[in-house]
Design a protein around this ligand. Structure first.
Ligand SMILES: [Zn+2]
Ligand SMILES: [Zn+2]
Ligand SMILES: [Zn+2]
Length: 307
């Protein structure tokens, strides 16, 4: 039992052995009792390192009444060599601090997207991946609104994001897709388009003259595909109501004017639906064209496979 306790205490002793800040032994300066080199994802380690540097800046301020712009000045407040503090994937931090009461530490975009930044003790970590699409869309809409306001004032659209700064209370250079980075701007006399670039993952869409165009979210492909097939089912039934038979081919839905957008595609493979009917046109099937098994289902004789 005694041995177990002494083993548990070792990390704290190592942490605090060379600190001279008057901090109590039970309060590691990072606030993380887990330590910063015992595993965790690269992102977690990166965040712990940045917090470590942020706390060291605070201590530097406490002692010298200013922040430093030289990371090495923080060594006296750190228990591990300052050279060993860098993002495991993106490398050295962007680092600044000055006597005007501000400091800034940022994981650079390198091998991966930045893991975020700390500004004067405020952490800003990139959002959870499940929120990326929503955040990107929200930003595109805000930029679209800013373009409209810009047009209202100057009678033309801005052709770069910096010109829209006046409509934002946050720095515009912090507005970018959390996955794909900087938005692309295109402008001509009466039109603008701001798009999430296709970069790491397929684009989240674009906004053009105030109208948004979002591609289906991959997590909704199944739902989206099945709703496409249901739309085709409805149109085929309407076609039957008029012609007393189902169409020979789906394009007849378009030719007859029953369904202009008859050429729906499965969102996962971007192929047209597989449609079959008998010679007399009294039965039909619609299949999701996805070449993997399972696909998103089918409709046979009006009955969806997923119901
Ligand atoms: Zn990082
Ligand atoms: Zn995006
Ligand atoms: Zn499908």
């Amino acid at each position: 039992m005694t041995r177990l306790i002494s083993i548990l205490l070792i990390p704290f002793i190592v942490f605090t052995a060379c600190v001279d800040t008057g901090q109590s032994v039970t309060q590691p300066v990072t606030g993380h009792s887990s330590g910063w080199h015992d595993g965790g994802s690269a992102e977690e380690i990166c965040h712990e390192y940045m917090e470590l540097l942020g706390n060291a800046q605070t201590m530097h301020y406490g002692k010298y009444n200013e922040y430093t712009d030289n990371i090495e000045d923080l060594q006296e407040f750190l228990q591990i060599p300052v050279e060993s503090i860098y993002c495991p994937v993106n490398g050295e931090y962007l680092f600044s601090g000055d006597i005007s009461e501000e400091y800034y530490i940022e994981c650079p975009s390198g091998a991966e997207m930045s893991h975020g930044h700390i500004w004067n003790g405020y952490t800003s970590w990139p959002p959870d991946p499940s929120e990326h699409t929503e955040i990107c869309h929200g930003q595109l809409v805000s930029l679209g609104v800013a373009q409209s306001m810009y047009y209202g004032m100057y009678n033309e659209y801005a052709d770069n994001i910096e010109d829209l700064q006046q409509f934002f209370s946050i720095p515009v250079d912090s507005i970018h897709c959390p996955v794909n980075g900087e938005y692309t701007f295109s402008v001509d006399d009466e039109n603008y388009c701001i798009a999430c670039p296709s970069n790491v993952i397929p684009s989240h869409g674009y906004i053009q003259n105030g109208v948004v165009s979002w591609p289906p979210d991959p997590s909704n492909y199944l739902e989206y595909c099945q709703s496409n097939m249901m739309s085709l089912l409805t149109a085929c039934s309407m076609y039957y109501g008029i012609y007393n038979r189902f169409p020979e081919k789906l394009c007849e839905l378009g030719i007859s004017g029953v369904m202009d957008n008859w050429d729906l595609e499965c969102p996962a493979c971007c192929l047209l639906y597989i449609y079959e009917t008998d010679i007399s046109g009294q039965t039909f099937t619609i299949h999701c064209p996805l070449p993997t098994d399972p696909n998103h289902g089918s409709i046979v004789d009006g009955i969806p496979s997923w119901e």
